[in-house]
Design a protein around this ligand. Structure first.
Ligand SMILES: CC(C)(COP(=O)(O)OP(=O)(O)OC[C@H]1O[C@@H](n2cnc3c(N)ncnc32)[C@H](O)[C@@H]1OP(=O)(O)O)[C@@H](O)C(=O)NCCC(=O)NCCS
Length: 164
């Protein structure tokens, strides 16, 4: 089944907040503790702030079979959010989202994209050619989390001039 993409609309915010919570609670189960996941999922509880975060970035919504299956947001050279619904995991939804984000970023003149990848997403990004540059420990809602800053060059290397 193919994945369709469209830009974020303000009316999507409640559905994306629910998807965010389910994605963290279920897909991050193997990598983060229950307390960590509760603190992480709470980041969408303030719906107005969450909607503002999505609206102020370039946010794409992925649909499979007319259902919202995931979303990604990009701003200031960084992929900020990437969340897929547990019902649609491992079906290529994140791949479609990040393919599009990388193309749009390149079209905007971004030569290097970066993300603070969760341990859940590390292998996904590694498989796309992102290189880990730094391990981080961040505090969110009273819990500490490890993640990894990963970077990918988007622009092809400049062609080398032929030797004379
Ligand atoms: C990480 C995440 C976005 C991946 O989304 P997805 O739509 O399932 O990913 P895709 O189907 O496009 O995966 C493409 C490839 O990436 C790799 N991959 C994806 N998820 C993986 C995982 N959990 N573990 C190892 N490899 C993974 C696989 O190689 C996969 O190909 P395959 O399914 O043929 O083996 C999703 O698991 C998620 O939303 N996680 C919870 C939230 C999160 O951590 N977000 C990232 C914040 S930085």
């Amino acid at each position: 089944m193919t994945v369709a993409l469209r830009p974020f609309l303000p009316a999507d915010a409640p559905a994306l907040a629910r998807l965010f919570r389910a994605s963290v609670e279920i897909l991050a189960e193997d990598d983060y503790s229950e307390n960590q996941r509760a603190a992480w999922a709470a980041a969408s509880d303030d719906l107005a702030a969450f909607a503002q975060r999505l609206a102020s970035a370039l946010t794409l919504v992925a649909l499979r079979n007319h259902e919202i299956a995931g979303f990604a947001s990009f701003g200031n050279g960084a992929l900020d959010l990437l969340y897929v619904s547990p019902d649609h995991a491992r079906q290529g939804v994140a791949t479609a989202l990040v393919d599009a984000v990388e193309k749009l970023a390149l079209a905007r003149g971004v030569k290097e994209i970066q993300t603070d990848a969760s341990d859940v997403a590390h292998d996904f990004f590694k498989g796309r050619g992102y290189v880990a540059t730094q391990r981080n420990t961040v505090s969110l809602n009273g819990e500490w989390f490890a993640n990894t800053t990963m970077k990918k060059q988007l622009a092809p290397p400049a062609p080398q001039g032929k030797p004379h």
